[in-house]
Design a protein around this ligand. Structure first.
Ligand SMILES: O=C(O)C(=O)Cc1ccccc1
Length: 305
């Protein structure tokens, strides 16, 4: 059984529907969904990790970085479109209190300022739980910012639709499982990791970046996050093009292990867009093999497979 950041009607739920039609268990928070994987209650869980407008979903990034080990098995990238959902009969002009998820709030701030200038927006668990709460006639909230499917599911009406400030926004979700054997590279893969640098070392960040650059590995995301252990101490959450099964990525991870205080591997998995990175001359698996064979010759050893 799979789990997801729920309840039914969240954007995460819609993203899950893109990869499976199987029944799945909703969890009200990202940490609860991830702990359900850790405790074996579900085999994997889908959670939001990044948005093209608002950036990283810190609840996910931080839990993956510091909780009991988990790895990403798959990613889903999906456009998101928001509606303002109200109890039947409520007019747009009557909306004073709005409930939604922090990422939905961040992506509709300008719309709310322009169309509901006096309204108070409260951030809550998820967009679907906001819709569920607004559906209660006793609710002190007049509207939820959520997906059209959530409005329908919880019996609300759309007082306004397509209210995102940036209509091209997409959210990235990841399916997370317990660590195990990493599936073979597909040729279009990503690797996610967290690098903790030595705080007292000048040039430590440059050393981290060098490990990627010197092996022709392109980064698709890098964010600094506080380690939460001491003020001023940061780690770097990184996505890079490539798979740990490729020699250039293996070399990068080994290099990071040498120069960092700690490295947390969060998985190598197929990228949602299927884009195969162009590997520069000198960095392909064949180039690494040829260098190994040359070294074996220098040492007078038989070639290793
Ligand atoms: O609350 C939800 O529906 C989620 O799945 C999180 C979220 C919120 C806003 C945009 C994308 C995902």
């Amino acid at each position: 059984m799979l789990g997801y950041f729920g309840p039914a009607g969240t954007f995460t739920h819609q993203a899950l529907r893109r990869i499976t039609t199987e029944e799945a268990l909703p969890f009200a928070t990202v940490p609860r969904a991830l702990d359900a994987v850790r405790d074996g209650e579900v085999t994997a869980a889908l959670v939001p990790i990044e948005n093209s407008v608002e950036g990283g979903v810190t609840a996910t990034l931080d839990n993956l970085a510091s909780g009991r080990p988990l790895v990403i098995a798959q990613e889903v990238i999906m456009p998101v479109s928001f509606v303002l959902a109200v109890r039947p009969g409520t007019a747009l002009g009557d909306v004073r209190r709005v409930l939604t998820h922090p990422h939905a709030h961040a992506q509709t701030r300008a719309w709310v300022a322009n169309h509901l200038p006096g309204a108070l927006v409260t951030e809550g668990g998820s967009t679907a739980s906001a819709a569920q709460e607004v559906a209660d006639p006793e609710s002190r909230h007049d509207a939820a910012i959520c997906a059209a499917v959530a409005a329908e599911l919880y019996g609300l009406e759309e007082a306004a639709s397509d209210i995102a400030d940036n209509p091209d926004a997409v959210t990235r979700f990841v399916l997370v499982r317990l660590p195990g054997e990493t599936p073979a590279p597909t040729g279009a893969d990503k690797t996610t990791l967290v690098a903790y640098m030595h705080a007292d070392r000048s040039g430590a960040l440059l050393e981290i970046l060098e490990q990627f650059a010197m092996r022709g590995v392109n980064l698709t995301r890098i964010e600094s996050r506080p380690t939460k252990k001491a003020y001023g101490e940061y780690c770097f959450s990184i996505d890079a093009e490539g798979h740990v099964g490729e020699p250039r990525m293996r070399g990068t991870l080994k290099g990071l292990h040498r120069v960092c205080r700690e490295v947390t591997f969060l998985g190598s998995y197929p990228r949602a867009d299927g884009v195969r990175p162009k590997i520069a001359r000198g960095f392909t698996a064949a180039d690494y093999d040829a260098a190994e064979h040359w070294m074996d010759d220098l040492l007078g050893r038989p070639h290793r497979a």
